[in-house]
Ligand binder design. Structure first.
Ligand SMILES: [Zn+2]
Length: 287
């Protein structure tokens, strides 16, 4: 099953600002894609694809309103399954056997908190952060999880607080992924892991559809390749442990037999439409 990606049509009055490249600090950009929903530039130094100028954070946060909440609640079962499949594929299940005090887990952009609640039901200690206040309130009321309503920075978690951090389809929505990664690094315990899932702009579908790629939408401020996500993470001190990609062709773009073949083919090549990178905060003494 595949899901329509949510995106709001930006308000005409939104303010925009130019930023230096959040991946390498570069300041020279070239137009990469002109799409219906926006213009993406490519950093001439590292090849990060980004909207620049980008909408300011105050306007971005306005987009995650009741319409977004509705989209999240309608799809929450499907999204939970996709997240569990992704985590399983990169070996997350091996941590089930840890002692409960080592099972601290933060899900950033957790929507109604289904993933964290699922883990809490099996002995984990998971919390969530969610900018859509309606989704956070709904999850706090209905599911077995505590969700902070606001941004990761506003949550002000203590240093070295979590053994595991997860975000699924979030890093491409944030204004400054460098600061986002830096904050995750701060709140992770040494040796802790960050599971980051995001669209893969070095994948087959991005190459095939270019500016008509399903992830070239207004809410995606940065689009990462395996290379630029690695570079962004390493420049904040993370070590990349594993990268996996999924998805050859979206449903409806090709006959079923072709989709099946494409799904199988892209995986070993790393050309899948979505990727998950497992990042580690090194322990003291790690080289
Ligand atoms: Zn750059």
């Amino acid at each position: 099953m595949s899901y329509k990606t949510f995106s709001k049509t930006p308000d005409i009055g939104e303010s925009r600002v130019m930023i230096d490249c959040p991946c390498c600090g570069g300041s020279q950009f070239k137009i990469h894609w002109k799409a219906d929903q926006g213009i993406w530039h490519r950093c001439l130094s590292c090849s990060l694809i980004l909207q620049n100028p980008q909408p300011v954070i105050e306007d971005i946060l306005e987009r995650y309103d009741s319409e977004y909440f509705e989209y999240e609640t309608e799809n929450e079962d499907g999204f939970l399954n996709l997240m569990l499949m992704g985590l399983h594929d990169v070996g997350f299940s091996e941590w089930d056997s840890l002692d409960s005090e080592d099972k601290s887990f933060l899900d950033i952009g957790c929507a109604t908190g289904r993933l964290g609640a699922f883990l809490n039901d099996s002995g984990w200690n998971a919390q969530g952060v969610e900018v859509c206040r309606e989704a956070a309130a709904y999850g706090n009321k209905h599911y077995n999880i505590e969700i902070f309503p606001g941004t990761l920075n506003e949550a002000c978690f203590p240093d070295e607080h979590f053994r595991f951090v997860h975000s699924s389809h979030v890093i491409e929505h944030v204004n400054r992924p460098d600061l986002f990664l830096n904050e995750i690094f701060r709140i992770l315990k040494p040796g802790g892991l960050y599971y980051c899932a995001t669209p893969n702009c070095s994948g087959f579908q991005a190459k095939l559809f270019a500016h008509k790629w399903r992830s070239a939408i207004a809410d995606h401020l940065c689009l990462f390749s395996k290379k630029t996500l690695r570079l962004s993470a390493e420049s904040q001190g993370f070590r990349v442990l594993k990268t996996k990609t999924w998805g050859g062709l979206g449903e409806g773009y090709a006959p079923a037999f072709l989709k099946k073949a494409a799904d199988k083919l892209v995986k070993p090549l790393g050309w899948g439409d979505v990727m998950m990178m497992v990042l580690q905060k090194p322990s003291d003494g790690d080289s």
